[in-house]
Design a protein around this ligand. Structure first.
Ligand SMILES: CC(C)(COP(=O)(O)OP(=O)(O)OC[C@H]1O[C@@H](n2cnc3c(N)ncnc32)[C@H](O)[C@@H]1OP(=O)(O)O)[C@@H](O)C(=O)NCCC(=O)NCCS
Length: 206
């Protein structure tokens, strides 16, 4: 019987679990979460132990997905689990559309309604959330999160751990640095340097 372990039982974790159910490759799904004592019994899936036990327990499952929003923590888990030999699938919702020429890094998730176009490159542990779109030739580094309804035009480069807020839009060819945060609904027309938070239309540092 094939089994999936999801690390992190937040709202994002629930969407990951339902995406896995829609894919239909796993017969059982269980969670790890630091708050497992409180959460177990409250979800449709068992929350069996703390994420502190992830490396040991992951060996008992056929595949593992890390559903932790914080990019640095998500990437750390992904790298440790990969080093331990765990299978870290790309979760691609059947209602998402991904170009045959796109390349998605291990541990990435693409939710319902998302579109990923030709020659896009996603690093490890990238999240392309509900109904977001990433157009041709974009390169998203490890740990990037494209929030629901965000739209990236073609040829955009996004640095490690950047977080692109709900409903933002980014003009073609723009480079967003490492750790950048883009506010909800922002319209990004120019490059953004590492670590900056930008918001508004046109987006400016806040
Ligand atoms: C950009 C963001 C991260 C800033 O959060 P923050 O650091 O807590 O900033 P604050 O709420 O203190 O706001 C600081 C200022 O920026 C403004 N601001 C914040 N977010 C803004 C946005 N998205 N667009 C325009 N202005 C914004 C605030 O109005 C405030 O202005 P003021 O000083 O004139 O009152 C946050 O507001 C945001 O947009 N988050 C995105 C949420 C999201 O996408 N969730 C999806 C999860 S999947």
């Amino acid at each position: 019987m094939s089994s999936l372990l999801i690390i992190g039982a937040s709202g994002h974790g629930k969407v990951v679990a339902e995406t896995a159910e829609a894919i239909g490759s796993w017969e059982t799904i269980a969670f790890l979460d630091d708050d497992f004592a409180t959460l177990n019994g409250k979800l449709r899936w068992p929350v069996v132990a703390s994420s502190k036990d992830a490396i040991t327990l992951s060996r008992q499952y056929d595949a593992v997905v890390v559903a932790i929003g914080h990019a640095e923590i998500r990437l750390r888990f992904i790298n440790e689990l990969a080093a331990a030999g765990c299978v870290l699938p790309v979760l691609l919702h059947p209602a998402a559309w991904v170009s045959m020429s796109a390349n998605l890094g291990v541990g990435s998730v693409v939710f319902a309604g998302a579109v990923i176009q030709a020659d896009v490159r996603l690093g490890r542990a990238v999240i392309v959330n509900t109904s977001a779109s990433v157009d041709h030739d974009c390169q998203l580094a490890d740990g990037v999160h494209v929030c629901p309804g965000a739209h990236l035009a073609g040829n955009i480069v996004v640095g490690e751990g950047a977080w692109l807020g709900i409903g933002c839009v980014v003009k073609q060819g723009v480079c967003l640095g490492k750790g950048v945060t883009v506010g909800a609904g922002a319209v990004v027309l120019k490059n953004v340097t590492d670590g900056l938070t930008v918001a508004g239309c046109p987006a400016r540092a806040i």
